[in-house]
Design a protein around this ligand. Structure first.
Ligand SMILES: [Ca+2]
Ligand SMILES: [Ca+2]
Length: 473
């Protein structure tokens, strides 16, 4: 794996107004490297997304959509107050603006709960006494004031999820009492300004014993929403299982369905995603842990809750901090901390491990690398974003990595390697800066795509391998 450090060049702006901000942040150093996992090539970008010598940040959430990424996090201000903050990044990692204080009037110890992204907008969710949210544009300007999601849930919440589409925000919240007993999983739907489109929708309430955890939601086609959650506390010895319900467009609810019956009696949900683009072909991909064996499984279900195949074991680890994200095509990333490093495992849509587990940082870190027990990974189609951090007692560096698959020799960037790549290859070979500008990618990324013989540079020695690639030899 080769990695170079570069000063990010000014790029043709995919988003209005990017140039000015890119110029303002042109000092941001972005590393770009070539990584091969299994038989797939990736271009990895990496940068320090947040660093303060005397400050601190925690509670990281990453979301991605339409070629850009959003980070929501909690930053400690020089005054000692802790506020939700927002940062946004263009496709190759260029910051779209400096990080912004989501709510300067937030309470001193507000918690950041989640972040979502749709098109060029981001939403950050946090909790003070109430649960709040605010929506921002691509340059970090708020669309309006922050708003209270609901005044009906007043207990101290530590879990929540926000997703957004073209006109809705869907907040999924696990409501807790002070004694840490869950009262249930609830959903509130608002528009982007916070105007209620629903009341508090009770997804799972605790009439009997089980506590409910980890409410997650995703959009289905045709205006529907699916919510999944774990029921029962495996750490309290309760029978625990993974459940789901659908919220129909008229906000009525389907009956609760048991997705994952407990093999050992103890199951907790790690992730749920919707795959397939048309409703008739959509499926749920559920990732869960079987306790106490600590085996991670992936299993598919129809939208009516029917298992589509057996649970596929991913791996078993004693490490408690496992994070999972799944792409809309069903690819999986599983992140763990092992031996003071952040380790990634990539799986294909059949839950088959791709290559070996890999150390996520592109550049070796001076200090140990960590994840946070939040949401450190997100897919945007095939591009994967990961947030992780290095930490010393007095400072923290938050890193943002992206992994973007590519096909060597696909010089015109249409996903295929054929004769239509010849002109672009010659262009890149003879004028790399011109090529990079024309295709709106960093020069180092362009050089990686054209480095057919994989010796770390794009030059005349790549011509014969390129010709052989086209000839299919
Ligand atoms: Ca091509
Ligand atoms: Ca080469």
């Amino acid at each position: 794996m080769a990695a170079k450090l570069l000063r990010f060049p000014l790029m043709a702006a995919p988003l209005t107004g990017l140039l000015g901000y890119a110029a303002a942040r042109a000092d941001v150093a972005i590393s770009i490297g070539h990584r091969i996992i299994g038989d797939q090539h990736y271009i990895q970008t990496e940068q320090v997304a947040y660093h303060e010598q005397d400050g601190y940040a925690t509670e990281f959430y990453v979301a991605a959509h339409a070629g850009a990424a959003t980070l929501g996090f909690r930053r400690t201000l020089p005054t000692g107050e802790r506020h939700p903050h927002l940062a946004q990044f263009a496709g190759w990692g260029a910051p779209l603006h400096d990080f912004v204080d989501v709510e300067p009037l937030a309470g001193a110890f507000s918690h950041t709960v989640d972040a979502a992204r749709f098109s060029e907008h981001s939403c950050v969710m946090w909790v003070d006494l109430w649960r709040f949210a605010r929506v921002f544009d691509a340059l970090g300007q708020p669309l309006g004031p922050s708003f209270i999601i609901t005044e009906e849930l007043v207990n101290y919440p530590v879990e929540g999820r926000v997703i957004m589409d073209a006109d809705r925000l869907v907040f999924t919240m696990t409501d807790r009492l002070q004694e840490d007993n869950s009262r249930g999983v609830f959903v509130v739907v608002t528009d982007w300004s916070g105007n209620a489109l629903s009341g508090v929708i009770p997804i799972a309430t605790n009439a009997g014993d089980p506590a409910n955890f980890g409410g997650m939601s995703a959009f289905l086609d045709e205006g529907e929403i699916v919510v999944a959650w774990s029921e029962g506390d495996p750490f309290e010895g309760q029978t625990a299982r993974v459940m789901m319900r659908r919220i129909h467009p008229d906000l009525s609810l389907s009956d609760p369905l048991e997705l994952v019956p407990p093999p050992s009696g103890l199951v907790s949900l790690k992730a749920v995603t919707v795959t397939g683009e048309e409703q008739s072909r959509q499926e749920l991909l559920v990732i869960f842990i079987d306790h106490p064996a600590q085996t991670r499984f992936a299993q598919r279900f129809s939208l009516s809750g029917t298992p589509l195949g057996e649970p596929q074991p991913l791996f078993t680890s004693e490490h408690g901090l496992t994070h999972v994200a799944a792409s809309s095509a069903g690819r999986l990333i599983v992140l763990d901390e092992e031996d003071n490093q952040v380790l990634g495992r990539l799986y294909d849509a059949d839950a088959v491990l791709q290559g070996d587990p890999f150390v996520v940082p592109l550049i070796p870190t001076a200090y140990s690398a960590f994840l946070q027990p939040m949401r450190p990974a997100a897919f945007d189609d095939d591009t994967l974003w990961i947030v992780w951090h290095e930490w010393d007692n007095s400072w923290i560096r938050m890193h943002l990595s992206s992994l973007r698959p590519f096909t060597p020799g696909d010089m015109n960037r249409d996903g295929l390697v054929n004769n239509f790549d010849i002109d672009a290859f010659v262009f890149a070979l003879s004028n790399l800066p011109g090529y990079a500008a024309a295709y709106n990618i960093p020069e180092d990324a362009a050089a990686i795509i054209g480095d057919i013989n994989e010796d770390g540079v794009l030059n005349n020695f790549d011509i014969d391998p390129f010709v052989m690639l086209l000839a299919g030899r």
